[in-house]
Ligand binder design. Structure first.
Ligand code: PLP
Ligand code: ZN
Length: 432
């Protein structure tokens, strides 16, 4: 293969077909492409030619960019196909954030309803290339939903480790349905992560968390696809939530590579948004201190409820490359933003709505200008976490300190026309 693995700390290189996730020194690994060779290819033209392809593998919004992602032969590729997600004008949700030109990239429109599918198609493809028969991950939910689906397609056994009682139904449902063997770990995500790394090492199982550098490669395609949807016009900002920090690391790596091969002339700025209760990257960036994991992360946005993110170093590097920022948002800010994203008819799970809550905060602070072109990434589908929606709209989140400011509760009525007339009159009066 035309790629190598390289340590982000000591730069030691490894064969991509060697089974390993970290360097001998413990550092994270990067997939390194031959950028000089890529420079000589008419990439934009290739990507644009494949844009409307209906055939495998270019019907995938990941494999359309294969030269920049993973140069493998078609026969190994496991694809659903993923990507090709919509880029919506944010409308009133953008106005809520104080922005005139905001778009929302809905990664919840992937096959298993989160962006994880973009990384997983590459991860499972590598698993096949390496003849793995069993794959595993620790997950707050979406990684397991994605991995179990792709593993089933590829005929592999999937083993997932989830934090006990802290995974939303939309996600657990998928993992069970797709046949993933599910271990509920008595502990939080960070405990499950430590366990799965040991399990994979000792039991010869292929690890598909975002420490796996091939997953990062697939997730780069979110940025590529946005640029292509914008006709290669450059946004000023990408805003996205940060949990284990693989996704923002992927986005920045992809944009940096496009810049290095001369396909774009500037790197858009990246804003990583964390929940206040799970904010180790924010603290490190804001206070310019050493990285310190958080013991007891807490947030309603379970997809980013992570205290010891694996990819913090890659995230910091990407923020530097993109002149980016890190911001934090409260539980109330997340759910208020979510109410807006949902009410405009787009909808997303709580973690995703950090993108809007964070953009709003950065506009208020004068970091993002109201006229800048801003892409908010919606990482997961609304139905991933129905409980958060129902509890919000029925005013049932007070115990978590969250007020239902934009509640839309069901209205109980008697089964008569008069009752409807009266209720509608009241609805219209209030909304006026
Ligand atoms: C995984 C996930 C995140 C966090 O992404 P990281 O790469 O872990 O930072 C955010 N939102 C949703 C919906 C996710 O599934
Ligand atoms: Zn190293």
């Amino acid at each position: 293969m035309d790629i190598t693995l390289q340590c982000i700390d000591c730069e030691k290189q490894y064969d991509p077909l060697e089974l390993r996730y970290t360097c001998d020194c413990g550092g994270l690994l990067d997939v390194i492409h031959d950028l000089d060779r890529l420079k000589s290819l008419p990439l934009k033209q290739l990507f644009d030619e494949r844009w409307h392809s209906r055939s495998f593998p270019y019907s995938s919004g990941v494999w359309r960019y294969r030269e920049l992602i993973l140069p493998v032969e078609d026969q190994f590729i496991v694809s659903k196909p993923e990507g090709n997600t919509n880029l919506y004008p944010a409308g009133k949700a953008g106005e809520y954030a104080g922005l005139r030109r905001m778009f929302l990239k809905h990664e919840g429109e992937n096959p298993t309803s989160s962006f994880k599918d973009r990384g997983m198609t590459c991860g499972i493809t590598m698993a096949r290339l390496l003849h793995a028969d069993t794959v595993a991950c620790a997950s707050t939910g979406n990684t397991s939903a994605s991995m179990t689906s792709y593993a089933a397609l590829a005929g592999m056994q999937a083993i997932i480790f989830i934090p006990e009682g802290k995974i939303s139904y939309g996600k657990l449902t998928q993992a069970l349905a797709y046949g993933g063997k599910t271990f509920q770990v008595q502990g939080n995500f960070d405990d499950a992560m430590v366990l799965v790394m040991e399990v994979c090492k000792e039991l010869n199982i292929y690890l598909l968390n975002s420490i796996n550098p091939f997953r990062i490669e697939g997730q780069k395609a979110i940025g590529f696809e946005v640029l292509q949807q914008l006709n290669w016009q450059m946004p000023d900002w990408f805003v996205l939530p940060g949990g284990n920090l693989g996704n923002n690391s992927a986005l920045s790596k992809g944009l940096k590579e496009l810049f290095d091969i001369g396909l774009i002339t500037k790197i858009p700025r990246i804003a990583v948004i964390q929940a206040e209760g799970a904010n180790p990257l924010y603290k490190m960036w804001k206070e310019k201190t050493a990285f310190k994991p958080l013991r007891q992360p807490e947030t309603i946005a379970t997809a980013i409820k992570i205290g010891n993110p694996i990819s913090w170093k890659k995230a910091m590097r990407g923020i530097e490359w993109s002149n980016g920022v890190v911001e934090q948002v409260s539980e109330q800010e997340i759910m208020d933003a979510k109410a807006w994203v949902d009410a405009v008819g787009i909808g997303a799970e709580p973690a995703s709505c950090c993108s809007i809550a964070g953009a709003k905060k950065l506009v208020e602070k004068g970091v993002i200008h109201p006229d800048e072109l801003v892409i908010g990434i919606l990482t997961g589908h609304l139905l991933k976490d129905p409980e958060a929606v129902i509890r919000y709209h029925t005013g049932d989140l007070k115990s978590l300190g969250i007020e239902s400011r934009y509640a839309n509760a069901p209205i109980r009525i008697e089964p008569t026309l008069d009752a409807v007339r009266e209720a509608l009159y009241e609805v219209r009066r209030v909304s006026r």
